[in-house]
Write a protein that binds this ligand. Structure first.
Ligand SMILES: NC(=O)c1ccc[n+]([C@@H]2O[C@H](COP(=O)([O-])OP(=O)(O)OC[C@H]3O[C@@H](n4cnc5c(N)ncnc54)[C@H](OP(=O)(O)O)[C@@H]3O)[C@@H](O)[C@H]2O)c1
Length: 290
Protein backbone atom coordinates (compact mmCIF):
# COMPACT_ATOMS: atom_id res chain seq x y z
CA UNK A 1 0.00 0.00 0.00
CA UNK A 2 1.30 3.46 -0.88
CA UNK A 3 0.54 7.00 0.20
CA UNK A 4 -1.63 7.16 -2.93
CA UNK A 5 -3.85 4.37 -1.60
CA UNK A 6 -7.19 5.61 -0.30
CA UNK A 7 -8.12 6.52 3.25
CA UNK A 8 -11.55 5.12 4.09
CA UNK A 9 -13.84 7.39 6.16
CA UNK A 10 -16.92 5.88 7.83
CA UNK A 11 -19.76 8.17 8.88
CA UNK A 12 -18.63 10.26 5.92
CA UNK A 13 -21.97 11.99 5.31
CA UNK A 14 -22.31 13.07 8.95
CA UNK A 15 -21.38 16.34 10.64
CA UNK A 16 -17.93 15.11 11.60
CA UNK A 17 -17.27 12.82 8.65
CA UNK A 18 -18.02 15.40 5.98
CA UNK A 19 -15.60 17.86 7.57
CA UNK A 20 -12.94 15.14 7.84
CA UNK A 21 -13.44 14.25 4.16
CA UNK A 22 -13.03 17.92 3.21
CA UNK A 23 -9.93 18.34 5.40
CA UNK A 24 -8.28 15.21 3.97
CA UNK A 25 -9.07 16.21 0.39
CA UNK A 26 -7.75 19.73 0.97
CA UNK A 27 -4.44 18.11 1.90
CA UNK A 28 -4.34 16.02 -1.27
CA UNK A 29 -5.31 12.67 0.23
CA UNK A 30 -7.23 10.12 -1.79
CA UNK A 31 -10.48 9.67 0.16
CA UNK A 32 -12.91 6.77 -0.06
CA UNK A 33 -16.17 7.78 1.63
CA UNK A 34 -18.28 4.99 3.16
CA UNK A 35 -21.97 5.88 2.80
CA UNK A 36 -25.25 4.05 3.29
CA UNK A 37 -27.33 6.27 0.99
CA UNK A 38 -26.58 6.68 -2.70
CA UNK A 39 -27.88 10.26 -2.55
CA UNK A 40 -25.09 11.22 -0.11
CA UNK A 41 -22.47 10.68 -2.82
CA UNK A 42 -22.64 13.95 -4.83
CA UNK A 43 -22.05 16.19 -1.78
CA UNK A 44 -19.05 14.10 -0.74
CA UNK A 45 -17.55 14.16 -4.22
CA UNK A 46 -18.02 17.93 -4.14
CA UNK A 47 -16.09 18.01 -0.84
CA UNK A 48 -13.25 16.21 -2.61
CA UNK A 49 -13.85 12.49 -2.01
CA UNK A 50 -12.14 10.49 -4.78
CA UNK A 51 -14.71 7.72 -4.50
CA UNK A 52 -17.76 6.69 -2.53
CA UNK A 53 -18.66 3.13 -1.54
CA UNK A 54 -22.14 2.09 -0.59
CA UNK A 55 -22.47 -0.11 2.50
CA UNK A 56 -23.70 -0.39 6.03
CA UNK A 57 -21.82 -0.66 9.33
CA UNK A 58 -24.02 -3.69 10.10
CA UNK A 59 -23.12 -5.38 6.80
CA UNK A 60 -19.76 -7.11 7.29
CA UNK A 61 -19.19 -7.86 3.61
CA UNK A 62 -19.68 -4.22 2.62
CA UNK A 63 -17.16 -3.18 5.28
CA UNK A 64 -14.57 -5.72 4.14
CA UNK A 65 -14.98 -4.64 0.51
CA UNK A 66 -14.75 -0.95 1.42
CA UNK A 67 -11.55 -1.20 3.43
CA UNK A 68 -9.68 -3.50 1.03
CA UNK A 69 -6.63 -1.73 -0.40
CA UNK A 70 -6.85 1.23 2.00
CA UNK A 71 -3.72 2.65 3.62
CA UNK A 72 -5.82 3.80 6.61
CA UNK A 73 -9.34 3.71 7.91
CA UNK A 74 -10.87 6.58 9.90
CA UNK A 75 -13.80 5.09 11.77
CA UNK A 76 -16.42 7.64 12.89
CA UNK A 77 -19.30 5.77 14.47
CA UNK A 78 -22.83 7.22 14.48
CA UNK A 79 -23.32 8.97 17.83
CA UNK A 80 -24.71 7.05 20.80
CA UNK A 81 -24.99 3.85 18.83
CA UNK A 82 -25.67 0.98 21.28
CA UNK A 83 -23.61 -1.37 19.06
CA UNK A 84 -20.59 0.92 18.86
CA UNK A 85 -18.24 -1.55 20.56
CA UNK A 86 -19.12 -4.53 18.38
CA UNK A 87 -18.96 -2.44 15.20
CA UNK A 88 -15.51 -1.13 16.17
CA UNK A 89 -14.34 -4.65 17.02
CA UNK A 90 -15.40 -5.91 13.61
CA UNK A 91 -13.66 -3.04 11.85
CA UNK A 92 -10.50 -3.72 13.88
CA UNK A 93 -10.57 -7.40 12.86
CA UNK A 94 -11.17 -6.58 9.19
CA UNK A 95 -8.36 -3.99 9.15
CA UNK A 96 -5.96 -6.57 10.58
CA UNK A 97 -7.04 -9.21 8.09
CA UNK A 98 -6.75 -6.81 5.14
CA UNK A 99 -3.37 -5.39 6.20
CA UNK A 100 -4.66 -1.83 6.58
CA UNK A 101 -1.73 0.37 7.66
CA UNK A 102 -3.54 2.19 10.44
CA UNK A 103 -7.00 2.36 12.00
CA UNK A 104 -7.85 5.81 13.31
CA UNK A 105 -10.62 5.49 15.86
CA UNK A 106 -12.64 8.64 16.44
CA UNK A 107 -13.49 8.21 20.11
CA UNK A 108 -14.36 10.84 22.72
CA UNK A 109 -12.74 12.80 25.54
CA UNK A 110 -12.66 10.65 28.69
CA UNK A 111 -14.07 7.37 27.43
CA UNK A 112 -13.47 6.13 30.98
CA UNK A 113 -16.73 7.82 32.11
CA UNK A 114 -18.48 4.49 32.62
CA UNK A 115 -21.73 6.12 33.80
CA UNK A 116 -22.21 7.51 30.26
CA UNK A 117 -23.04 4.62 27.92
CA UNK A 118 -21.51 5.92 24.69
CA UNK A 119 -18.26 6.84 26.45
CA UNK A 120 -18.16 3.35 27.92
CA UNK A 121 -18.80 1.78 24.51
CA UNK A 122 -15.90 3.76 23.07
CA UNK A 123 -13.71 2.67 25.97
CA UNK A 124 -14.31 -0.98 25.17
CA UNK A 125 -13.66 -0.26 21.49
CA UNK A 126 -10.35 1.41 22.41
CA UNK A 127 -9.30 -1.47 24.63
CA UNK A 128 -10.00 -4.04 21.93
CA UNK A 129 -8.06 -2.02 19.35
CA UNK A 130 -5.03 -1.46 21.60
CA UNK A 131 -4.84 -5.18 22.38
CA UNK A 132 -5.48 -6.29 18.79
CA UNK A 133 -2.06 -5.84 17.22
CA UNK A 134 -3.56 -3.50 14.61
CA UNK A 135 -1.61 -0.23 14.23
CA UNK A 136 -3.83 2.60 15.41
CA UNK A 137 -4.32 6.20 16.40
CA UNK A 138 -7.10 6.93 18.87
CA UNK A 139 -8.55 10.45 18.87
CA UNK A 140 -10.46 11.66 21.91
CA UNK A 141 -12.30 14.87 20.97
CA UNK A 142 -14.10 17.06 23.45
CA UNK A 143 -17.63 18.47 23.17
CA UNK A 144 -18.11 20.51 20.00
CA UNK A 145 -18.66 24.28 19.98
CA UNK A 146 -21.06 23.51 17.13
CA UNK A 147 -23.76 22.40 19.60
CA UNK A 148 -24.68 26.08 19.63
CA UNK A 149 -25.54 26.14 15.91
CA UNK A 150 -29.00 24.47 15.98
CA UNK A 151 -30.18 26.64 18.89
CA UNK A 152 -28.57 29.89 17.71
CA UNK A 153 -31.75 31.55 16.41
CA UNK A 154 -33.58 30.68 19.61
CA UNK A 155 -30.74 32.10 21.71
CA UNK A 156 -30.96 35.35 19.77
CA UNK A 157 -34.77 35.47 19.99
CA UNK A 158 -35.09 34.66 23.70
CA UNK A 159 -31.78 35.92 25.09
CA UNK A 160 -31.42 32.55 26.85
CA UNK A 161 -28.68 30.01 26.24
CA UNK A 162 -30.25 26.89 27.74
CA UNK A 163 -28.64 23.48 28.09
CA UNK A 164 -29.87 20.56 30.21
CA UNK A 165 -27.04 20.78 32.75
CA UNK A 166 -25.55 23.23 35.22
CA UNK A 167 -24.69 26.64 33.76
CA UNK A 168 -21.60 26.69 36.01
CA UNK A 169 -19.87 23.47 34.97
CA UNK A 170 -16.85 23.87 32.67
CA UNK A 171 -16.29 22.31 29.24
CA UNK A 172 -13.18 22.36 27.06
CA UNK A 173 -15.32 22.97 23.97
CA UNK A 174 -13.56 22.35 20.67
CA UNK A 175 -14.19 23.64 17.16
CA UNK A 176 -15.23 20.84 14.79
CA UNK A 177 -13.15 22.42 12.01
CA UNK A 178 -10.05 22.11 14.21
CA UNK A 179 -10.92 18.52 15.08
CA UNK A 180 -11.39 17.62 11.41
CA UNK A 181 -8.10 19.29 10.54
CA UNK A 182 -6.32 17.44 13.35
CA UNK A 183 -7.83 14.15 12.19
CA UNK A 184 -6.61 14.78 8.65
CA UNK A 185 -3.12 15.76 9.81
CA UNK A 186 -2.82 12.67 11.95
CA UNK A 187 -4.05 10.46 9.11
CA UNK A 188 -1.69 11.89 6.49
CA UNK A 189 1.46 12.48 8.52
CA UNK A 190 3.84 9.76 9.62
CA UNK A 191 4.63 9.34 13.29
CA UNK A 192 1.24 8.79 14.90
CA UNK A 193 1.41 5.01 15.27
CA UNK A 194 0.00 3.49 18.46
CA UNK A 195 -0.94 6.89 19.85
CA UNK A 196 -3.92 8.08 21.88
CA UNK A 197 -4.56 11.81 21.65
CA UNK A 198 -6.84 13.90 23.80
CA UNK A 199 -8.28 16.70 21.62
CA UNK A 200 -9.67 19.35 23.95
CA UNK A 201 -10.47 22.97 23.13
CA UNK A 202 -8.27 25.83 24.34
CA UNK A 203 -10.58 27.31 27.00
CA UNK A 204 -12.59 25.87 29.88
CA UNK A 205 -15.97 27.56 29.56
CA UNK A 206 -19.25 27.20 31.39
CA UNK A 207 -22.57 28.04 29.77
CA UNK A 208 -22.46 31.26 31.79
CA UNK A 209 -19.01 32.12 30.38
CA UNK A 210 -20.29 31.42 26.87
CA UNK A 211 -23.39 33.57 27.41
CA UNK A 212 -21.15 36.46 28.50
CA UNK A 213 -19.09 36.09 25.33
CA UNK A 214 -22.27 35.95 23.24
CA UNK A 215 -23.57 39.11 24.93
CA UNK A 216 -20.37 40.98 24.23
CA UNK A 217 -20.28 39.84 20.58
CA UNK A 218 -23.94 40.54 19.78
CA UNK A 219 -24.57 43.54 22.02
CA UNK A 220 -27.69 41.74 23.33
CA UNK A 221 -28.34 40.54 26.87
CA UNK A 222 -27.88 36.75 26.76
CA UNK A 223 -28.01 34.67 29.91
CA UNK A 224 -27.29 30.99 30.56
CA UNK A 225 -29.96 28.76 31.99
CA UNK A 226 -29.93 25.12 33.07
CA UNK A 227 -32.94 23.37 31.59
CA UNK A 228 -34.16 20.68 33.99
CA UNK A 229 -33.67 17.05 33.01
CA UNK A 230 -37.46 16.61 33.34
CA UNK A 231 -38.04 19.40 30.82
CA UNK A 232 -35.35 17.97 28.53
CA UNK A 233 -37.00 14.55 28.70
CA UNK A 234 -40.47 15.95 27.97
CA UNK A 235 -39.17 17.97 24.99
CA UNK A 236 -37.18 15.01 23.65
CA UNK A 237 -40.18 12.68 23.89
CA UNK A 238 -42.49 15.14 22.16
CA UNK A 239 -39.81 15.52 19.45
CA UNK A 240 -39.85 11.74 18.94
CA UNK A 241 -36.33 10.96 20.16
CA UNK A 242 -35.78 7.17 20.20
CA UNK A 243 -35.90 5.75 23.74
CA UNK A 244 -32.35 4.35 23.76
CA UNK A 245 -30.88 7.67 22.67
CA UNK A 246 -32.99 9.55 25.20
CA UNK A 247 -31.74 7.35 28.06
CA UNK A 248 -28.13 7.89 26.94
CA UNK A 249 -28.64 11.65 26.69
CA UNK A 250 -30.14 11.73 30.19
CA UNK A 251 -27.09 9.95 31.60
CA UNK A 252 -24.70 12.19 29.69
CA UNK A 253 -26.46 15.35 30.86
CA UNK A 254 -26.53 14.11 34.47
CA UNK A 255 -22.77 13.55 34.25
CA UNK A 256 -22.24 16.99 32.70
CA UNK A 257 -24.38 18.51 35.44
CA UNK A 258 -22.05 17.13 38.13
CA UNK A 259 -18.67 17.22 36.39
CA UNK A 260 -18.69 19.15 33.09
CA UNK A 261 -16.12 17.84 30.58
CA UNK A 262 -12.64 19.31 30.68
CA UNK A 263 -9.35 18.25 29.18
CA UNK A 264 -6.02 19.68 28.12
CA UNK A 265 -5.53 21.51 24.79
CA UNK A 266 -1.77 20.95 24.36
CA UNK A 267 -2.01 17.94 22.04
CA UNK A 268 -4.53 19.64 19.76
CA UNK A 269 -2.28 22.74 19.67
CA UNK A 270 0.72 20.56 18.78
CA UNK A 271 -1.07 18.67 16.00
CA UNK A 272 -2.50 21.84 14.44
CA UNK A 273 0.77 23.75 14.83
CA UNK A 274 -1.26 26.78 15.94
CA UNK A 275 -3.58 27.97 18.66
CA UNK A 276 -6.89 26.08 18.46
CA UNK A 277 -9.96 28.18 17.69
CA UNK A 278 -11.40 30.05 20.66
CA UNK A 279 -15.15 30.16 21.28
CA UNK A 280 -15.30 33.85 20.42
CA UNK A 281 -13.61 33.18 17.05
CA UNK A 282 -15.98 30.30 16.27
CA UNK A 283 -19.06 32.44 16.94
CA UNK A 284 -17.71 35.28 14.82
CA UNK A 285 -16.75 32.96 11.96
CA UNK A 286 -19.79 30.65 11.87
CA UNK A 287 -22.70 32.56 13.40
CA UNK A 288 -22.21 36.29 13.02
CA UNK A 289 -21.05 36.43 9.42
CA UNK A 290 -23.89 34.40 7.87
N1 LIG B 1 -20.92 16.01 19.09
C1 LIG B 1 -19.88 16.06 19.90
O1 LIG B 1 -19.70 17.02 20.68
C2 LIG B 1 -18.86 14.94 19.86
C3 LIG B 1 -17.74 15.02 20.67
C4 LIG B 1 -16.80 14.00 20.63
C5 LIG B 1 -17.02 12.89 19.82
N2 LIG B 1 -18.13 12.83 19.05
C6 LIG B 1 -18.35 11.63 18.22
O2 LIG B 1 -18.39 11.98 16.85
C7 LIG B 1 -18.99 10.90 16.14
C8 LIG B 1 -19.79 11.43 14.96
O3 LIG B 1 -20.84 12.26 15.41
P1 LIG B 1 -21.65 13.17 14.36
O4 LIG B 1 -22.48 14.08 15.20
O5 LIG B 1 -20.74 13.72 13.34
O6 LIG B 1 -22.60 12.10 13.67
P2 LIG B 1 -23.77 12.32 12.62
O7 LIG B 1 -23.74 13.69 12.06
O8 LIG B 1 -25.05 11.84 13.23
O9 LIG B 1 -23.35 11.32 11.45
C9 LIG B 1 -23.49 9.93 11.60
C10 LIG B 1 -23.00 9.28 10.33
O10 LIG B 1 -23.07 7.87 10.45
C11 LIG B 1 -23.77 7.36 9.32
N3 LIG B 1 -24.47 6.12 9.68
C12 LIG B 1 -25.46 5.96 10.59
N4 LIG B 1 -25.82 4.67 10.65
C13 LIG B 1 -25.06 4.00 9.74
C14 LIG B 1 -24.99 2.65 9.34
N5 LIG B 1 -25.77 1.71 9.87
N6 LIG B 1 -24.10 2.32 8.37
C15 LIG B 1 -23.31 3.27 7.80
N7 LIG B 1 -23.31 4.57 8.16
C16 LIG B 1 -24.19 4.92 9.13
C17 LIG B 1 -24.74 8.46 8.92
O11 LIG B 1 -25.19 8.26 7.61
P3 LIG B 1 -26.54 8.97 7.07
O12 LIG B 1 -26.10 10.35 6.61
O13 LIG B 1 -26.97 8.11 5.97
O14 LIG B 1 -27.50 9.03 8.22
C18 LIG B 1 -23.81 9.65 9.08
O15 LIG B 1 -22.91 9.74 8.00
C19 LIG B 1 -19.78 10.10 17.19
O16 LIG B 1 -19.14 8.85 17.39
C20 LIG B 1 -19.70 10.95 18.44
O17 LIG B 1 -19.72 10.17 19.61
C21 LIG B 1 -19.06 13.83 19.03
Amino acid sequence: MTTHSPILVTGASGKTGSKVVAALSARGACVRAFIRREDAAPALVKLGASETVLGDLYDDESLKTALAGCRSVIHICPPMNPDETSIAKSITDYCLAAGVGRLILYSVLHPLMEDVPHHDHKMHAERYLVNSGQNYTILQPSRYMQHLVPIWNMVLETGIHAMPFSAKMKFSVADLHDLAEATAVVAIEEGHDNATYQLAGPEQLSQTDMAEILSSLTGKDIIAQAKSLEQFEADARSGGMPEARLQTMLKMNAHYDSHGLVGNPNVLRWILGREPTHFREFVTRDLLTS
